[in-house]
Design a protein around this ligand. Structure first.
Ligand SMILES: Cc1cc2nc3c(=O)[nH]c(=O)nc-3n(C[C@H](O)[C@H](O)[C@H](O)COP(=O)(O)OP(=O)(O)OC[C@H]3O[C@@H](n4cnc5c(N)ncnc54)[C@H](O)[C@@H]3O)c2cc1C
Length: 216
C-alpha cells in the first residue's frame, strides 16, 4: 500500500473560521480550544486529498461505508487488471504465504481468460466480463479526499483495534500525514474510545477502555 498526500488546505482557513465568530485573536490556540469544546464544523474549512495505491477491493467496500469520504477509483472496465497484486494479510504464516499467492494466481488466470475471450468484438465488453471474476483481494488505486472533520471521524472508527488490518493500516498512514499538516486537530487522534472515555464496541472490545455498559 502506498499513500501519498496530493494537496491540502493550510491551517489558515480553519484558524480564520474559528476566530471570526467572536472576533478572537487568530491563533492555533483558539482552534485548539474550540475544537476540543466539540465545535467540529470549523474543521470543514480544511481538506486533504491523497493518492492511495495497492489497496484491496475489500478495503474499497469498507471505504464506501463512509459517506463523507470522497473516492475516485481506477476503472476496472477501462483498465487492464491483469497485472494487479493481491493484498496479503500480515498475519498469514510463512508456510501458507506461497499457497495463498498461488491460489490468487489461479483465480487471476480466470480473469485473464475472460479478458481475452473470443466472440466479443471490443475490449470494453471483454473487460466487463472479466472484471466480475476479480477476487476481493485484488488491488486497485484511488484518490481519497475529505474535509478535516470527515477525515477525523473516519479515522476514529478505523483506528479501532476491531477494524480490519488493511483499513487500519491505511488509517494509521493517513493519521501520520494529517498529524504533520494539521497537528492541532490530528495529533491526539486515536480510536473513538479515547475521546469517549469508554469503548463503544460492545462485542469484541480490545480492552483498552471499559465497554459502555460496565462504565454505567
Ligand atoms: C470495526 C468495524 C466493523 C464494521 N463492520 C461493518 C459490516 O460488517 N458491515 C457494514 O455494512 N458496515 C460495517 N462497518 C461500518 C459501520 O457500520 C459504519 O457504516 C461506518 O463505520 C461509518 O460510520 P458513521 O456513518 O458513523 O461514520 P461516518 O461515515 O464517518 O460519518 C460521520 C458522522 O456523520 C453522520 N452521518 C453520516 N452519514 C449520515 C447520514 N446519511 N445521515 C445523517 N447523518 C450522517 C453521523 O453522525 C456519523 O457518525 C464497520 C465499521 C467498523 C469500524
Amino acid at each position: 500500500m502506498k499513500v501519498l498526500l496530493i494537496e491540502y488546505t493550510s491551517p489558515l482557513a480553519v484558524i480564520k473560521a474559528t476566530a471570526m465568530p467572536y472576533q478572537s485573536k487568530e491563533s492555533i490556540d483558539v482552534v485548539s480550544r474550540v475544537w476540543n469544546s466539540g465545535h467540529r464544523s470549523i474543521a470543514r474549512h480544511g481538506m486533504a486529498s491523497f493518492l492511495v495505491e495497492g489497496v484491496s477491493q475489500s478495503l474499497l467496500r469498507q471505504l464506501s461505508r463512509h459517506p463523507h469520504i470522497n473516492l475516485t477509483v481506477k476503472s476496472s472496465r477501462f483498465c487492464n487488471m491483469d497485472e494487479v497484486n493481491n493484498a496479503v494479510p500480515p498475519f498469514i504464516s510463512l508456510t501458507d504465504r506461497f499457497e495463498y499467492n498461488d491460489d490468487y494466481e489461479t483465480i487471476m488466470k480466470i480473469y485473464h481468460k475472460w479478458s481475452e475471450k473470443d466472440g466479443y468484438n471490443n475490449r470494453e465488453q471483454r473487460n466487463e466480463l472479466a472484471k466480475l471474476m476479480l477476487p476481493l483481494g485484488s488491488t486497485t488505486d484511488l484518490v481519497l479526499s475529505g474535509n478535516y472533520q470527515a477525515l477525523y471521524e473516519f479515522l476514529q472508527l478505523r483506528l479501532c483495534e476491531r477494524a480490519e488490518w488493511e483499513i487500519r493500516q491505511l488509517a494509521n498512514r493517513l493519521k501520520y500525514i494529517l498529524s504533520e499538516i494539521m497537528p492541532v486537530i490530528f495529533k491526539e487522534l486515536n480510536c473513538k474510545g479515547n475521546e469517549l472515555g469508554y469503548c463503544p464496541e460492545i462485542h469484541g472490545s480490545c480492552g483498552k477502555h471499559m465497554v459502555k455498559q460496565k462504565v454505567g
